[in-house]
Design a protein around this ligand. Structure first.
Ligand code: SF4
Length: 336
């Protein structure tokens, strides 16, 4: 491929033309420019962090019905927000979205900031989300880079070094392709190409608008690109406690320690070792993978009439589903 601006523009234009015809219709999307309502983009971007489009759609619709404006979200209670998030997991996102809504209402009078610096000061917004938000809500020429975009760039230019070593190269190439006039549509277009055509397995090269320019199209290693190094996960062995009273109710606590799971409800647990030495071992274990950790929790049982921890309380098995629980705790329930 010739490396000059016109090639970059050609790629960008082909993508945009393909998107107008084949891009997905999504409840948070308008084609042909920025979305008129930045709140719609904000909510969808938070939901789409770590969750697929297909899963997000029904949650997004319900959430927008319940909280149609940033003001309605800001004045809701945290419990109401969690209730609408239940099932989506990764509650940190719900907490950050809620905090962001409050900042926008209380500090910006309900008007969304439009500068990168200001948006980054909101809660739970990193490099990816700020770029995506500014491109989709304000058509700002921001370059959105996620796994889809990295895969497309690596394949387009047949970059076969380990992904971690070439992130800067990818970023520069991605920036050059970004349309300055049609940033919103371009961001959606490249995401859709990654989700629909240039998929990790079985990419549909024959249908791809970039096939004439792609350097990996006919290469045997196509599906291996991008090249990822395997991360060694640290192993941890911990314990979780199903504490029941004589009525068969379970002891639950609200997690207040700062971190990923703050505000969620849980059975008492510890990520290394035990809390109570003489609890009965159920013989069951639950394994959960965090980014760098493989955690195995041994499930223990205790009979007690009194809550054994401060801020803990008993609930019936039926009522457990009324409380926002982490994915880890849901695994404990289904296993035990
Ligand atoms: S031609 Fe194939 S590998 Fe290349 S960008 Fe398109 S779908 Fe991906």
């Amino acid at each position: 491929m010739r490396k000059n601006m016109s090639d970059n523009q050609e790629i960008s234009q082909k993508l945009l033309a393909w998107y107008q015809k084949h891009g997905r219709e999504l409840p948070w999307r308008v084609k042909g420019g920025a979305h008129p309502n930045p709140y719609v983009i904000l909510v969808s971007e938070f939901m789409l962090q770590q969750t697929t489009v297909k899963t997000v759609i029904p949650y997004f619709k319900r959430f927008m019905e319940k909280f149609p404006t940033v003001e309605s979200l800001a004045k809701a209670s945290q419990e109401e927000v969690y209730a609408m998030w239940q099932g989506l997991g990764y509650y940190t996102r719900a907490r950050s979205l809620y905090a962001t809504a409050q900042i926008i209402v209380n500090e910006y009078g309900g008007k969304f900031p439009q500068s990168r610096t200001e948006v980054l000061k909101l809660k739970g917004i990193g490099e990816y989300t700020v770029a995506s938000f500014l491109a989709l809500a304000y058509n700002q020429p921001e370059t959105v880079i996620d796994g889809n975009v990295m895969r497309i760039i690596c394949r387009l230019y047949h970059l076969t070094d380990a992904l971690d070593d070439i992130k800067e190269t990818i970023r520069k190439k991605a920036e050059k392709l970004t349309s300055r006039e049609h940033a919103a549509d371009y961001a959606s277009a490249i995401m859709d190409l990654g989700a629909m055509i240039c998929t990790p397995k079985n990419p549909q090269c024959l249908l791809c608008p970039l096939k004439d320019m792609c350097q990996s199209k006919d290469k045997a290693d196509l599906e291996q690109i991008p090249i990822r190094r395997r991360l060694e996960k640290k192993e941890k062995q911990g314990s979780v406690y199903l504490i029941q009273n004589s009525e068969g109710e379970y002891l639950l606590r609200k997690r207040t320690e700062p971190g990923l799971l703050t505000g969620l409800y849980e059975f008492p647990w510890k990520d290394e070792g035990k809390i109570w030495e003489n609890a009965e071992d159920s013989g069951k274990t639950v394994t959960h993978i965090f980014t760098h950790i493989r955690l195995t929790l041994h499930v223990y049982k205790i009979k007690s009439e009194k809550p054994l921890l401060p801020d803990s309380f008993f609930v019936s098995e039926k009522e457990l589903s009324d409380y926002p629980l982490s994915t880890l705790m849901k695994k404990v329930i289904s296993k035990a």
